[in-house]
Design a protein around this ligand. Structure first.
Ligand code: F6R
Length: 268
């Protein structure tokens, strides 16, 4: 590897909640993203060496794009195989077909899956095109499938300005599992550009729950830019609250916050 793990300067700083959460901060999101990608690659190889699947929980949105880019590079240039990788995406908008350019299926295929050697049957993304009567069973099956695969080894997260992780909006329970949810107005307005106006943004989504996310063995939450600074402070520098679902991550034993300087500036 060109970039040695040791070149990454892991900086931990105490968070005001008294719950010390490991945080990696770097001025360039490219380098911070490489750090996450290399941790994922390490886990994939570790599992390959013992003939096991590596189960990844994946996110869409702008935050993980450079992680996926680095994983693709590692596949092409460093021989990283994804044959033993099983993925579960966090969420999908309701009412979108898989081919829709705004669907998370389309995003994942274009940003990652089309460029690596993951077996198609190992990819799981909540369906956006379910009939009303299919939703509940689909969600139950999604939870069971994760469990049958031995749980998530690594979960990759972004954070929404409402404090959502996945599409667990404020009010989501600590015990919530995969289900259909109503999107917050702020989340809809943040997605408006992609959809050519907030009136075109789906109002509902299917998302893994908070409990599903917290069941992962390791979690990386990434955030870039000053627009995430306030919600990061609310999530990780104050006691946890139902009003800020990301704050539930304080209860997890193995979370790393991966931030650029602008996102982190209120946390030091
Ligand atoms: C995406 C997801 C969301 C995003 C969050 C941040 O699958 O579950 O929680 O991670 O909205 O989005 P970006 O990264 O676009 O700022």
């Amino acid at each position: 590897m060109q970039t040695n793990q040791n070149n990454f300067n892991l900086k931990s700083f105490p968070i005001l909640t008294k719950q010390k959460m490991a945080a990696f901060q770097h001025p360039q999101k490219t380098v911070a993203s490489q750090y996450v990608a290399h941790k994922i690659a390490e886990k994939i190889r570790e599992k390959q060496n013992v003939n096991q699947s590596c189960v990844l929980g994946l996110a869409t949105g702008s935050s993980p794009v450079l992680v996926y880019k680095e994983l693709i590079r590692l596949h092409h240039e460093k021989g990283l195989s994804f044959q033993n990788v099983v993925t579960f995406n966090l969420d999908e908008y309701c009412g979108l077909q898989k081919e829709d350019e705004n669907s998370y299926h389309y995003f994942m295929n274009h940003q990652l899956f089309n460029h690596i050697d993951i077996p198609k049957e190992n990819i799981h993304i909540p369906a956006g095109d379910l009939k009303e009567e299919e939703v509940q069973q689909f969600c139950l099956n999604y939870e069971s499938l994760i469990e049958e695969h031995g749980g998530l080894d690594i979960q990759v997260l972004g954070i929404g300005r409402t404090g959502h992780i996945g599409f667990n909006e404020p009010g989501s329970g600590f015990d919530s599992v995969t289900r259909r949810v109503i999107l917050d107005e702020l989340t809809i307005s943040d997605a408006a550009n992609d959809f050519g106006g907030s009136e075109n943004v789906p109002k509902q989504a299917i998302t893994m729950g908070v409990k599903t996310i917290l069941s992962a063995k390791k979690i990386f939450l990434m955030a870039w830019g000053a627009k995430k600074a306030d919600i990061l402070e609310e999530s990780f520098c104050r006691p946890f609250s139902h009003d800020v679902p990301a704050s539930f991550l304080q209860a997890h034993h193995n979370v790393e916050l991966v931030l650029d300087n602008d996102a982190a500036f209120k946390m030091q």
